[in-house]
Ligand binder design. Structure first.
Ligand code: PLP
Length: 409
C-alpha cells in the first residue's frame, strides 16, 4: 500500500495507548509520582523519559503534539494554552530586544496587538504590503531575525507565497514562521513549501467543535541557525537545527507557563480526527455561499475561491482548497448589523473554525484596538461582515443569508 490518505492516517497508526484504548487517556493530574528520587532527578535532567509536572509535559498533551506534528510532517511540536500563547513563545524564542520582525499586513487583530506589545520589549515589527519574495526582500535589514505571516490571513484572505518568501528570508539567514490556523494541514503543509515552523490556533479548525482553546508550534527542524545572528538562541547552539524546539521545550515555553491543559489536548485530539471531513464540507459550503452572496443586491463578497479574488491563482497553485472564511461588505455599518441580527443559523460569535457558521462585525470587535488604516489594510472596513462557514446543509445556509440580506435592506 502507498501513503495513506489524510483521514485514514489520522484514524490508524495511533495504536499504543494503555489497555488498547483507541484514544489517549486524559491524564488530569498536575504531578507524577516516583518511587525513587533518583528517577525523578533523571527525568529533570532529560536523561530518562518520563513526566514530572504537567506544565512541562503531560501524556495527553504529548499525544496531541505527536498527532499534529505527524500531520504537518514536522520534527517536533509543543502545545500551548492558546494560539496567542503559541505565537508569543515562538517569537520570543528567536527574537530579543533590538531585533526586527517582518510580518504580513492583513493579520488577525490579536496578532497585530501582540506585535504592538512586543515593541515594549524592544522587538520592532515592519509590515510588508505583499507577502511575496519581492515584497519582503527590500524590508530585510541586518536586524531582521524573523519573517512571519498567516498562510491565509484572517480575515483579509491574503495568501502568503511561502516558497518565494522562504527563499527571500533564507537568503538573509532568517527563518520563516507561518500561522496556518485558517489553512489547516488539510489545505497545505507549509513545512514542505519552505516554512521553518508552523503555528496553529487549535481553538479553530483543529478542535472544530468550539470546545477547547489551544495552540501548537511545529518545528520543521531544517533551519540552519547562525547563533551569532540569533543571539537569543545562542545558549542552545549545540543542538544546531533542533535548537528552536529544544529552547522552547526546555526553556522558554516551560518558563512562560502557557501549557495546554490535558482536557483541552484530549478534546482537540478527538476534534482533529474529523478535520479532513469537516474541511471538505466547509470549503464546499464556503464556495457555494460566496457564489450565492455574490448575486445578492448590494453585497460585495470576498472569498479566496472566487476567480476574481486577487490571490486566487496563488492559492490555487499552493493549496488544495480555499478555506472556510469569507467576508462581505454590506454598504454601511448599519446594514451590516441589520443583516447579522437577522441571521437565524449563523451565530454571532467571536470565533472561527467551528462546525457552526459564525458571523461577526470585525471592525467593532476584533479590530477595536487597531487604527483605521491598520484594519483597512487587514481588509476590515466599517461595513465588513466576516463569516466562518460551518458544516450545515448548504441550502439552509444560503436561504438564511438570503432572507437576512432581504430583511436588512
Ligand atoms: N491566529 C489566527 C489566524 C487566529 O484567527 C487566532 C484567533 O482568532 C489566533 C491566532 C489566536 O488564537 P487563540 O484565540 O487560540 O489564542
Amino acid at each position: 500500500m502507498g501513503e495513506t490518505g489524510f483521514t485514514t492516517a489520522l484514524l490508524h497508526g495511533t495504536e499504543g495507548f494503555p489497555q488498547g484504548g483507541t484514544l489517549p487517556p486524559v491524564a488530569q493530574v498536575n504531578a507524577f509520582r516516583y518511587e525513587r528520587m533518583e528517577d525523578l532527578e533523571r527525568v529533570f535532567e532529560h536523561k530518562q523519559a518520563g513526566y514530572a509536572y504537567s506544565r512541562i509535559g503531560n501524556p495527553t498533551v504529548t499525544a496531541f503534539e505527536q498527532r499534529i506534528n505527524a500531520l504537518e510532517h514536522g520534527q517536533g511540536a509543543v502545545a500551548c494554552a492558546s494560539g496567542m500563547a503559541a505565537l508569543t513563545a515562538a517569537i520570543l524564542a528567536v527574537c530579543r530586544s533590538g531585533d526586527e520582525i517582518i510580518a504580513g499586513r492583513g493579520l488577525y487583530g490579536g496578532t497585530i496587538d501582540l506585535f504592538h506589545d512586543l515593541e515594549q520589549l524592544g522587538i520592532h515589527t515592519v509590515f510588508a504590503e505583499k507577502m511575496t519574495g519581492e515584497g519582503v526582500r527590500p524590508l530585510i535589514t541586518d536586524k531582521t531575525r524573523l519573517v512571519f505571516g498567516e498562510v491565509i490571513s484572517n480575515p483579509a484572505q491574503q495568501v502568503l507565497d511561502i516558497p518565494s518568501v522562504a527563499a527571500a528570508a533564507h537568503e538573509a539567514g532568517v527563518p520563516l514562521f507561518v500561522d496556518s490556523t485558517t489553512a489547516t494541514p488539510w489545505l497545505i503543509r507549509p513545512l514542505e513549501k519552505g516554512a521553518d515552523a508552523v503555528i496553529h490556533s487549535s481553538s479553530k479548525y483543529i478542535n472544530g467543535g468550539g470546545n477547547a482553546i489551544g495552540g501548537i508550534i511545529v518545528d520543521g527542524g531544517k533551519f540552519d541557525w547562525n547563533f551569532e545572528k540569533h543571539a537569543a538562541m545562542a545558549e542552545f547552539r549545540k543542538f544546531r537545527r533542533r535548537a528552536f524546539m529544544v529552547r522552547l521545550r526546555t526553556d522558554l515555553w516551560e518558563n512562560l507557563g502557557g501549557c495546554m491543559a490535558p482536557m483541552n489536548a484530549f478534546l482537540s485530539y478527538i476534534g482533529s480526527e474529523t478535520l479532513g471531513l469537516r474541511m471538505e464540507r466547509i470549503c464546499g459550503n464556503a464556495d457555494a455561499l460566496a457564489r450565492a452572496l455574490a448575486g445578492m443586491p448590494g453585497i460585495q463578497v470576498s472569498y479566496l475561491g472566487l476567480e476574481q479574488h486577487p490571490d486566487h491563482a496563488l492559492a490555487k497553485g499552493m493549496m488544495s482548497g480555499f478555506g472556510g472564511i469569507l467576508n462581505f461588505r454590506a454598504g454601511s455599518r448599519e446594514r451590516a448589523y441589520r443583516i447579522i441580527n437577522a441571521l437565524k443559523y449563523a451565530a454571532i460569535a467571536s470565533n472561527i473554525g467551528d462546525v457552526r457558521t459564525l458571523v461577526i462585525h470585525p471592525a467593532s470587535t476584533l479590530y477595536i484596538r487597531s487604527g483605521v488604516q491598520e484594519r483597512e489594510a487587514a481588509g476590515v472596513f466599517d461595513d465588513t461582515v466576516r463569516v466562518s462557514v460551518g458544516i450545515e446543509d448548504p441550502e439552509d445556509l444560503i436561504a438564511d443569508f438570503r432572507q437576512a440580506v432581504e430583511a436588512g435592506s
